[in-house]
Design a protein around this ligand. Structure first.
Ligand SMILES: Nc1ncnc2c1ncn2[C@@H]1O[C@H](COP(=O)(O)OP(=O)(O)OP(=O)(O)O)[C@@H](O)[C@H]1O
Length: 282
């Protein structure tokens, strides 16, 4: 559905070098800290910045050959996008109807009512959670097949985040071929939603893995100096020196559970995996 191959972008103090794929019917997450390159990647995909090299294909065509009509199949939410805060939902609906050939008026009306969004209040007077819901609703309102969402959960409390994830699940249930590319620096948001995750650090993809595999096969070994010497290191991805000895990241947790039963093997959280991948050594 979307393939990004070795795109490069040089800024004075930052280099992006990124490849990723979003498959049909799947949710792909891009996780990284502030400044790691998530927005730059999204802007490159959307043609908002010019890349230095690499290629992007969308709906199996090079991006340059994707027609305006095809582009209606993408729904986009960017951090700094949105309608003027002086408009109301009532004002926005005719604009969307003119903007998008496939604008689904009935769907839009139903969702605004279901989400309890006010038709006549200016957007700038609404809560952050409501504003994000509107952005997602607009992105979905023209029968998009692919949603590209840059940090949609930023600034939301736990309840609003949960509601947002429910809306995205609804989008996926509407059509089994619908897909999402979503970024966040909060891994727990993506863990429950995404089929696969890319981790980006300083402009580079440092890990790509199925979420299930990440949660089932990855683990953290906490070992002292003596245990570290004895340890089979063939299945360690990264090692980090700690006060107690070493933290070791493996993607073969079962191997260590079976062969080194005396060791502490923890289920590494996605945050720990990211930290180890970016700061650990090997
Ligand atoms: N137009 C630009 N000129 C120079 N540097 C830029 C430009 N745009 C982005 N950068 C730099 O590129 C790096 C990556 O920024 P980017 O916005 O992609 O990160 P991000 O992962 O989306 O972070 P955040 O979560 O804070 O939005 C940052 O160091 C930023 O300062």
């Amino acid at each position: 559905m979307l393939e990004v191959k070795n795109i490069k972008k040089e800024y004075p103090k930052f280099s992006l070098d990124c490849s990723l794929k979003v498959k049909e019917g799947q949710v792909t997450g891009l996780i990284g800290q502030n400044g790691s390159g998530k927005s730059t990647t999204f802007k490159a995909i959307l043609g908002l910045i010019k890349i230095d090299s690499g290629s992007i294909s969308l709906f199996d065509k090079p991006i340059s050959q994707v027609s305006v009509a095809d582009k209606e199949d993408i729904g986009v939410v960017l951090a700094d996008s949105g309608f003027s805060g002086y408009l109301t939902l009532k004002d926005i609906m005719p604009v969307l109807s003119n903007l998008y050939k496939k604008f689904d008026r009935d769907f839009f009306i139903k969702q605004v009512d279901d989400f309890g969004l006010p038709w006549n209040k200016k957007i700038k007077e609404l809560s952050t959670g409501m504003k994000v819901k509107i952005k997602i609703l607009v992105a979905m309102s023209h029968k998009a097949k692919l949603l590209i969402l840059d940090e949609p959960t930023a600034g939301l409390d736990v309840v609003a985040r949960d509601e947002l994830l429910d809306i995205l699940r609804m989008f996926l249930e509407n059509d089994e071929n619908n897909s999402i590319l979503i970024s966040s620096h909060i891994s727990s948001d993506l863990e429950s939603l995404c089929d696969d995750l890319y981790m980006i650090d300083q402009g580079k993809i440092i890990l790509h893995e199925d979420t299930d595999v990440l949660l089932s096969d990855y683990g953290m070994l906490k070992v002292n100096e003596e245990q570290f010497v004895e340890l089979d290191k063939n299945y360690l991805l990264k090692v980090k020196k700690e006060n107690f000895g070493y933290s070791c990241l493996t993607n073969q947790k079962q191997f260590y559970l079976e062969n080194f039963p005396s060791l502490i093997v923890e289920n590494g959280s996605i945050d720990e995996v990211i930290t180890m991948m970016s700061r650990g050594e090997k």
